[in-house]
Design a protein around this ligand. Structure first.
Ligand code: PMP
Length: 494
């Protein structure tokens, strides 16, 4: 038990011990029924007389915070009512520095309509808002066995910090997986990160200063926007169409501003599902090079293609050091692994490694060992084949269900892969209002405003994530959504 005693203080030692324990009990750090160390043990640990500890325990008992069981020890009592410190009525009164913080950094991510609905109502949702694969496909049993095996075989090697760049054999496997798909990245140019979100964060930390400019697609991944905003940069939006980022618009924008970074999701874009066509890929590399701007390529679901031909990764078109490639095992395998990675070359790679070191020292070594033990090129390809089969069927189901149940004037382009279908609502239909109504029917989706720098631009769009739902759930969800849309348009049908 960690109790720090100030032996120079005028406060008697027994009171210091009591105060520490009291705080731990009231804060929940020592929950009800926790057995406190015996007074002999604690006295030995703290280097004090046993009577000092006995006195502290007696005072806690007198306050009704602990009780002693004959011959068994001293135990924490349940708190009679939650203790509210520094509160007036039901609202906590935070110290001034906390209030300042809330004023200067309003938490954008927690305030979305979706989060509000989720936090106020606990029920079984048909949830089209999420951007993950189906957890029923996670290799739960195999992974449990692998974890056990790794703990047995690798022992403490898997339990120390490990290399800041990541477990070398896993980097080797990643390099082989990507080589099998035509992207050559050396294991030495791979930095394993805690999910690809951390890769985005490290790149931002290394390349961006307050006041800099970043170019992003419009719309784009919401948590990338929030991340860039947290760096106090100016975000400029390049429009997206069915062929991905409008590189012609990018060219015009580069005449007006020189960004410190271009962030792009070229495959099965979040949220629109579009892919950057191969002509634009080449143009993008050329333009970025001409204007001396790094590209961050976020390839979060690039492998999940259901139709058509894969396009070359921007990284594979990079003559060297222009593109920072980012990918993840979250979508292909499971997000709880928190294993993603980035690949880059040159001084920027060294800076990213340093940034990784100071931010979390290393990604979980144990999980990297387990992932390495689980994944081989063959297993990855097999898992990919099954995932593509399952998700293709779901994509087809949602396309049919939209035609069957939703008004004919919704607009969308069928995605050729990935998780998302991006839909423009009929004239006059506002996504956030629709969400409120559809939530009452147990159906959630992501309203479009979360994906734009100016949220109102997304007011008439929704993102439907179809991969985590079964065909039956998709069908039922679209049926309910169709009903809600009909009722919103015709409030009093006869
Ligand atoms: N990029 C995109 C486009 C995403 O949608 C996400 C999460 N949904 C991420 C990166 C981050 O995912 P993770 O940290 O789990 O790899």
């Amino acid at each position: 038990m960690r109790i720090s005693l100030d032996r120079q203080s005028e406060v008697p030692l027994y009171l210091q011990i009591k105060k520490n324990l009291r705080q731990a009990i009231l804060s929940g750090g020592l929950p009800a029924d926790t057995r406190l160390p015996s007074s002999r043990q604690l006295a030995r640990d703290l280097g004090v007389n046993r009577i000092t500890v006995d006195t502290a325990y007696a005072e806690l008992e007198a306050e009704g915070l602990v009780y002693s069981r004959m011959g068994s020890g001293t135990y924490v009592l349940p708190l009679l009512e939650p203790i509210k410190t520094h509160t007036t009525s039901s609202h906590p009164v935070w110290p001034a520095w906390q209030q300042e913080l809330a004023k200067n950094n309003p938490a954008r991510t927690g305030n979305s309509a979706l989060n509000r609905i989720r936090s106020t109502e606990k029920r079984q949702w048909i949830d089209f808002s999420v951007g993950v694969g189906d957890e029923r496909l996670f290799p739960e049993d195999e992974f449990r066995k692998v974890l056990q095996r790794v703990m047995r075989q690798d022992g403490v090697d898997a339990m120390t910090y490990g290399d800041v760049c990541g477990y070398a054999p896993l980097r080797q496997t990643i390099s082989q997986i990507f080589a099998s798909q035509g992207l050559l990245i050396s294991p030495d140019q791979i930095l394993i990160t805690s999910g690809s979100q951390q890769a985005l964060a490290l790149v931002s930390q290394v390349l961006l200063q307050p006041g800099d400019t970043v170019f992003v697609e419009s719309p784009t991944y919401g948590y990338a926007l929030v991340l860039f905003q947290s760096h106090h940069v100016r975000i400029m939006s390049v429009p997206v169409d069915d062929g991905g980022m409008r590189v012609d618009e990018l060219e015009k924008m580069l005449q007006q501003a020189t960004p410190k970074l271009i962030y792009t999701i070229p495959n099965f874009h979040n949220p629109t599902g579009s892919c950057l066509n191969s002509h634009r890929r080449r143009q993008l590399i050329t333009l970025a090079d001409r204007h001396n701007v790094p590209i961050m390529e976020d390839d979060f679901v690039g492998d999940l293609r259901y139709d058509g031909q894969a396009q070359p990764a921007l990284k594979s078109l990079d003559p060297g050091g222009r593109v920072i490639y980012v990918s993840t095992f979250s979508k292909m395998l499971m997000p709880g692994l928190r294993v993603g990675f980035l690949s880059a070359e040159g001084p920027v790679f060294d800076s990213l490694v340093e940034s990784k070191r100071v931010h979390d020292l290393a990604t979980s070594n144990l999980f990297q060992h387990a992932l390495h033990s689980y994944i081989t090129v063959g297993r990855y390809q097999a898992h990919l084949r099954v995932s593509c089969q399952v998700y293709r069927k779901r994509r087809d189901t949602i396309l049919l269900a939209i035609r069957r149940y939703l008004p004919a004037d919704v607009q969308f382009t069928p995605p050729a892969g990935g998780f998302f279908l991006w839909m423009k609502l009929p004239e006059g239909c506002v996504a956030e209002n629709l969400l409120e109504a559809s939530a009452r029917q147990g159906v959630l989706f992501a309203p479009g405003n979360e994906f734009f720098v100016s949220p109102q631009e997304g007011a008439s769009y929704v993102r439907l994530g179809f991969a985590s739902l079964t065909p039956e759930e998709i069908e039922e969800g679209m049926r309910r959504l169709g009903k809600v849309m009909f009722l919103t348009k015709h409030p009093n049908p006869l």
